[in-house]
Design a binder for this molecule. Sequence first.
Ligand code: SF4
Ligand code: SF4
Length: 347
Amino acid sequence: MRSTTLGTTGLTISRIGFGAIPIQRLGDNDAVAVVKRCLELGVTYLDTANAYTTSEARIGRALQGWSKRVVLSTKTQSRTAEGVAAHLEQSLKAMRVDTIDLYQLHNVSTFADLEEVLAPGGPYDVVKKAMGEGRVKHVGITSHQIDVARESVKTGRFETVMYPLNFIVHEPGEELLALAEQHEVGFIAMKPFAGGMIDNASLAIKYLLQYANVVPIPGIERIAEIEEVVRIAEGPWELTVDERAEIERIRSETGHRFCRRCDYCQPCTAGIPISVALAFTTMVRRMPRETVVTGWIADAQEKAAGCTSCGDCEERCPYNLPIREMLSENVDNYRRLKEEWQTSHRG
Ligand code: SF4
Ligand code: SF4
């Protein structure tokens, strides 16, 4: 496996990282087997989060007895000093390590969030203190919102930024990448498969590897998936003329039904978190069934069911998405899955 250096952190990592969201869906032993296979194949960058339920503990288990160097990256979505300190302790314990290589402030997607994480004595300062104590080596940020991500990079306080980048949603990520390079901030690409919209792994990975300073972290659920991704990463990356044409074809086919999570459609007159509600299909593919039919994901669908069809959001969406129709499809899908889940739990 080829390697790269993450921004100016000095961390040398495999050219492709491991995204640890999907292993939550597996049983313990299967999840550990997937992580171990990644390590055997030379993947040395593992990215998880406090929010990914069992993921950190499974990584911790997989690392037992593994003596080669691995770069561990995790995140907290807490916005309080106490919360971040508690999450950091949990992560260290779950992964059974004394140091986390990269600790990221997770999903900082509004300017109020950014202000909160950077407030004196707040989340960022807690991470810096942990760095002084040797429990964290580097600090990064993750965001889904381009304006906030851009501002975060400009602050000069983060060593890495994680942002969605794939060949379907590429313009904001490419713009952010240029800024990150200018500020010497490492760029980690989340959603290399556009949340499951791209099913051609070769195109998705080769596309991202064209960018020397991007580290893609595909979410991996099965051993066969990481074997395929590693095979692609070890081969020639150059996209052929036919492959470029295929990328264009997929782009134009999916473009008018794909939410970029830019939130320009807000505010919704009925208080619906539109981009979260539209991500339902992606979440169904990646999350345990119980998680998508209960809690915050279900809340978004319950709110979406209250859409009044006023159409204001569609006037604001720069991609002209048929938001009302898409919300309605997601709500139907949610209700069907919820009913199935309830039936299986009754029996
Ligand atoms: S059409 Fe529905 S989702 Fe869009 S702004 Fe109106 S209530 Fe909100
Ligand atoms: S529906 Fe349109 S405006 Fe709203 S988040 Fe998605 S892409 Fe952006």
